[in-house]
Design a protein around this ligand. Sequence first.
Ligand SMILES: Nc1ncnc2c1ncn2[C@@H]1O[C@H](COP(=O)(O)OP(=O)(O)OP(=O)(O)O)[C@@H](O)[C@H]1O
Ligand SMILES: [Mg+2]
Length: 392
Amino acid sequence: MRNVPAMRNPFRYGEVVRGDRFGGRERERQELMADILNGQNVVVISPRRFGKTSLVLEVLADIADSVPSAYVDLLRVPSVEHLPSALATEFARLLSPGDRMIDRVRRLFDDLALRPKFGVDEAGRPTVEFEPGASAADIGLTLDGLFQLPGRIAERRKTRVAVVFDEFQSVVDLDTGLPARMRAIFQLQADVAHVFLGSRRHVIERLFTGENEPMFRMAKVFPLGPIPADEFGPFIHGRFVSTKSPISAEAVERILSITGGHPHDTQELCYFTWAETSANGIYPIPPTAVDRALDRVLDAENARYGALWDRLAVSQRSLLVALSRESDAGVYEAKFRRRHRLGEPTSVARAAGRLVDLEVIAPVPGPGAVYRIVDTFLPAWLRRLMAPMGDR
Ligand SMILES: Nc1ncnc2c1ncn2[C@@H]1O[C@H](COP(=O)(O)OP(=O)(O)OP(=O)(O)O)[C@@H](O)[C@H]1O
Ligand SMILES: [Mg+2]
């Protein structure tokens, strides 16, 4: 019989993390909680996979007793015709358990332009659906009515309520007129804290901070950064210890120096480090185990990086390899271009522009044309790709 390992990997990446899988962010948690309790609208902005959804769901759970909440993931709404049903079903959950009886829910949705159909899901919660094929005008009127519901429910329950719109950048893909429609109603709802989450920084920032944009000054901007080492370090250490796999301080440092505290990528590297040592463990886990785990991460991500590499032109590849070896030099400097055989500044500029558009590299604020590779593990993958065969 095969030996089944007694312990489960304590790290998770790629899905929302809750409870003891969620680490650090104490300050953000307190601040966001205070904002919601005050009815303050907030827009949480970060790159992908920084933990926006996890943070907001943790905070909503913390205050669930005093603040009812609705959560709408706009990425799961394929078109504006689907939006009324998605909103109505979520908003029905703002009702007190006593009000969730079908006829009471029905009364709340009585004066909408479209007729809803009521049901109950597997968990016994009410669901609301609208017939397909409605006209754009009726959908618009119904949305206006629905956007008002959280305010009405807050009044009826004499409490603050929270409404979360996740993946808010998708709102403009659904209908460019939606933000203006939302603003007209949301700005009158003093007892509703609207929380918007978004990852396409320029789209979201433009929506909320552009002077001529409909959501201008609608919400407090709440940027979410990496998790600092003094918070992530103890969390990582604790997770290893909880599965009786002590890890050295040097190994934790090594993990964080590779990932820079990027939440998803740190959990991924920890996951592989744990798996690596549970198979052939030396304890406390040394930094060399992290290096082996990094190799396994690069194997796992090989197809994704390979597909990216295939799409790039030769000049873009050369610039990327140069940046994987030397990340703090100005890319137009003659010495840098010579060292990495990059050719003329105009061709470097074209390659850099294209890589920025693809979000593969990003300019580093400050003097000089300095760029960094966005993806945590891509520099290591490029260095491995370029290494002589014998070194691999
Ligand atoms: N506070 C945290 N502690 C530990 N790991 C975290 C934390 N927050 C996020 N992570 C890690 O990051 C991953 C992504 O988290 P989450 O889905 O919440 O991020 P997101 O910003 O909403 O991502 P997306 O842009 O894809 O919606 C999680 O699977 C987990 O591995
Ligand atoms: Mg998310």
